[in-house]
Design a protein around this ligand. Structure first.
Ligand code: C5P
Length: 401
C-alpha cells in the first residue's frame, strides 16, 4: 500500500516519524507531508529520515520542472493518513480550502483518507468540530476516535483528545486497509528463546529476539485472525490485540501451547527452544569452586513432537536453523515432526542472524520441495507463511470436494 502520512500542527506531530517507521516496517511504501505549523513541532529532517524521502511541505509544493506535488502525490497514494489532525486541519478539509498541503491533497483526489484527531477535549467535543467530522465521514473519510489520556498543553490534565500511540494507529490502519483473509481463523505462535535454570541465578538460553514470531503474530492479527502468542523471555512488549502468554522454560512453553493446540487452525513454532536443561536445578547458587565444572544435562521436551499425535485440522509450521546440509535436515525435521512446511535459515548468512529485522529463509516441505526466498523483512516472511497456510487450506478444500 502507498501511504502518505501528513502531520498538522499539534504537539503529537512528534510521534509522526514513529508512525511512518511502523507503517514502513509493516511493508507499506510511505511518504511524509507536513503543514507549516506541524514543522514547529517536528523537524522536516526527522520526517524525511523516517519516510526515506523528501517531505511535501509548502516549500516543496511546486517544483521547477512544473510538477505540482498535491496532484502528483494524490495520484501516487492509495491512502492519506493525517496524524495528528488538528481541529483546523479537519475544518480546512471539510470546507475544501486547499490552501495547505493536507486539504490540497484531499481536494486533488487522494482516494482514501484516514484522520487521527489530536486536540483538547473541549475542542474535540465542540459542535462545529463534530459537524466537520460528520461532513468528512459523509464523503467516505475514516475519522478515528481520539484516545482518553494525558493532554499536552500546560494545565489541561487528562481527557479525550490525545492522539493514539503509533502502534494503535498502525493497528487501526491494518484493520481498515489490509486483506482480512484470516478472519475466523485461530493462530497459535511461539516466539523467543526458552530459559532453562541451572540454579537460582544462572540459566541456559540462546540469543533469539522473538522478532520473527512477533511478526507472524502481528501479521495474522492484521489479517483478521484470533491470535495467541506464547513467548519466552524477550524485551518486546505485548502486541496490542494479541493474547500473549509469557513463559520461561521449554516445559512451560509446551504446557501453554498444548492448552491451545486443539482449537487452533495454524501453529507457527518459531521459538528457539533450548535443547538441554539441568538434570537437577540447584536450589542454591553453586559456588565457583575449582577450574572445571561438570553439568549434567537432560533433553528438554520436543514440543512439536509431543503435539504431533494430536494434529487434526492444524497447519503446522516449524523453523530449522542449520549450518550445513540444510535442506536434507530441514525436510527430515518436517517429516518427523509432521509439519506442513518448515522454514530453513542459516545463522551464518548475512541477513539471517539472531535479533535482526530481516531474514533470509528457504521454505522446505516434508517431500523435500524447496523454495528459496531473497532476504526480506521478518514481517514480509510472516506474510509469506500466512499466504502458504491459506494455500494449503484452499487445496484441502479442493480435495474434499
Ligand atoms: O531444534 P530443531 O532444529 O529441532 O527445531 C525445529 C523446530 O522444532 C522449530 O520449529 C522449533 O521451534 C521446534 N522445537 C520444538 N521443541 C524443541 C526444540 C525445537 O518444538 N525442544
Amino acid at each position: 500500500m502507498r501511504v502518505i502520512v501528513a502531520a498538522s500542527g499539534g504537539v503529537a506531530a512528534l510521534k509522526t516519524p514513529s508512525l511512518l517507521r511502523r507503517l514502513a516496517g509493516a511493508g507499506h511504501e510511505v511518504r511524509a507531508a507536513a503543514t507549516d505549523d506541524a514543522l514547529h513541532f517536528v523537524t522536516k529532517l526527522s520526517l524525511a529520515v523516517a519516510a526515506g524521502g523528501e517531505v511535501f511541505d509548502r516549500a516543496a509544493w511546486f517544483r521547477p520542472d512544473g510538477e505540482a506535488r498535491h496532484l502528483s502525490w494524490a495520484r501516487w497514494a492509495d491512502v492519506l493518513v493525517v496524524a495528528p489532525a488538528t481541529a483546523d486541519a479537519l475544518s480546512s478539509a471539510a470546507t475544501a480550502r486547499a490552501d495547505d498541503v493536507i486539504s490540497a491533497l484531499i481536494v486533488a483526489g487522494t482516494p482514501r483518507v484516514v484522520w487521527v484527531p489530536a486536540m483538547n477535549t473541549a475542542m474535540w467535543h465542540h459542535p462545529l468540530v463534530q459537524e466537520n467530522v460528520r461532513t468528512l465521514r459523509a464523503v467516505g473519510h475514516h475519522v478515528l476516535e481520539p484516545a482518553d489520556g494525558l493532554l499536552a498543553a500546560k494545565g489541561e490534565g487528562s481527557g479525550v483528545g490525545r492522539m493514539p500511540e503509533p502502534e494503535e494507529i498502525a493497528l487501526h490502519l491494518a484493520g481498515l486497509l489490509g486483506p482480512r483473509d484470516l478472519a475466523g481463523r485461530r493462530v497459535l505462535v511461539s516466539a523467543g528463546p526458552t530459559r532453562e535454570p541451572l540454579d537460582p541465578v544462572r540459566y541456559l538460553s540462546n540469543p533469539s529476539s522473538g522478532k520473527m514470531g512477533f511478526a507472524v503474530a502481528e501479521a495474522a492479527r492484521d489479517r483478521g485472525a484470533g491470535v495467541t502468542l506464547v513467548t519466552g523471555p524477550v524485551t518486546l512488549a505485548d502486541p496490542v490485540g494479541i493474547a500473549t502468554v509469557r513463559v520461561e522454560r521449554a516445559e512451560e512453553m509446551l504446557a501453554a501451547l498444548s492448552a491451545h493446540f486443539d482449537a487452533t487452525d495454524l501453529v507457527v513454532m518459531s521459538a528457539a527452544v533450548a535443547d538441554w536443561q539441568a538434570a537437577e536445578i540447584a536450589s542454591e547458587k553453586k559456588a565457583k569452586g575449582g577450574e572445571r565444572q561438570t553439568l549434567e544435562l537432560v533433553r528438554t521436551p520436543d514440543i512439536l513432537l509431543t503435539l504431533a499425535p494430536r494434529k487434526r485440522q492444524q497447519v503446522v509450521v516449524g523453523f530449522a536453523m542449520e549450518t550445513h546440509q540444510g535442506v536434507e535436515r530441514a525436510a527430515d525435521k518436517a517429516r518427523r515432526k509432521q509439519l506442513d512446511f518448515i522454514l530453513l535459515n542459516y545463522p551464518t548468512r548475512e541477513g539471517s542472524a539472531f535479533g535482526g529485522d530481516d531474514n533470509q529463509v528457504t521454505f522446505v516441505t516434508p517431500e523435500g520441495r524447496v523454495d528459496e526466498l531473497p532476504r526480506m523483512s521478518k514481517r514480509a516472511v510472516a506474510e509469506q507463511i500466512l499466504d502458504r497456510a491459506l494455500g494449503i487450506w484452499a487445496s484441502r478444500a479442493e480435495h474434499a470436494e
